[in-house]
Design a protein around this ligand. Structure first.
Ligand code: NAD
Length: 255
């Protein structure tokens, strides 16, 4: 784990969704290694328990909760449980998400609603539940958007819509809370090697040429690349960073 800043998050509590895998797990390990106590959330009990074990094996403190973020009640209850466990909240990292590719006219309503509920509704409700606590701690929010939230992409219209919404959630909260100490930022990764990309399936009969603009030329990044940026953005000393959308995509959105 390169560039760990020991003690940067001492006495801080971070709440992370999607902590069972990929970017969420890497970020949980990073923030813990830098001193944070972490509250970890995921729908996958087994992989979440693995993340907790990795943290406690390294001497960190982690409390976890299994739940489905597509339910507003779960988002609120999870934040409440984190406050009960640690008594404070300094960082909310909205990381859980799903992706999927479809011919636009073939995506079912159920597939569409689930993607919106997980990728867009959940960050909204987690922010609502967490902000009173973050205001009390001079805390901050880091939302994981995507390069897909910054550009149009064939076959992933709903995913692009939800990630664009995460970008606008971030900017709008940055404005609404501009006169407070709350900081709200987003990171927009390009392709990252995780279960999400590993399991990604394209529908049949697609025109791959339409996708070349968002494939890039430099391959995929690692979950640690994003974890490192989350740590930088969320760090207590990063007071100048507010309302920003950071691309970490090997240049995909540059052109
Ligand atoms: N991997 C990439 O290339 C990439 C690029 C841009 C943005 N992102 C975003 O990064 C975030 C993390 O993705 P990842 O690549 O680490 O994927 P991942 O599949 O490795 O991890 C996502 C985690 O979210 C959890 N999750 C999914 N649905 C859930 C639900 N309903 N309730 C609770 N937890 C749920 C999963 O169980 C999993 O542990 C997502 O928001 C994704 O859209 C990923």
């Amino acid at each position: 784990m390169p560039y760990v800043v020991p003690g940067r998050f001492n006495e801080k509590v971070a709440f992370l969704t999607g902590a069972g895998s990929g970017i969420g797990r890497a970020t949980a390990l990073r923030l813990s290694a830098e001193g944070a106590e972490v509250f970890l959330h995921d729908v996958n009990a087994e992989s979440l328990a693995e993340t907790v074990s990795m943290i406690t094996a390294d001497g960190g403190t982690a409390v976890s909760r299994v739940g489905d973020v597509s339910e507003r009640g779960e988002c609120v209850a999870a934040i409440d449980e984190a406050i009960e466990a640690f008594g404070r909240l300094d960082v909310l990292a909205n990381i859980a998400g799903i992706a999927g590719a479809f011919h636009f006219t073939e995506m079912t309503e159920a597939q569409y609603r689930r993607m919106v509920a997980i990728n867009m509704d959940a960050p909204f409700f987690f922010c609502q539940a967490a902000i009173p606590h973050l205001l009390a701690s001079d805390g901050n929010i880091v939302n994981i958007a995507s390069n897909a939230g910054l550009m149009g992409q064939a076959y992933t219209t709903a995913y692009c819509m939800t990630k664009g919404a995460v970008v606008q959630l971030t900017r709008s909260l940055a404005m609404e809370f501009a006169k407070t100490t709350l900081r709200v930022n987003a990171i927009a990764p390009g392709g990252i090697v995780t279960n999400l990309t590993h399991n990604f399936q394209f529908p049949s009969e697609i025109d791959f040429e339409l996708m070349t603009p968002y494939m890039g030329f430099r391959g995929q990044g690692e979950a640690d690349d994003i974890a490192e940026l989350v740590a930088l953005v969320a760090a207590p000393g990063s007071t100048n960073i507010h309302g920003a959308i950071f691309s970490s995509d090997r240049g995909i959105t540059a052109g």
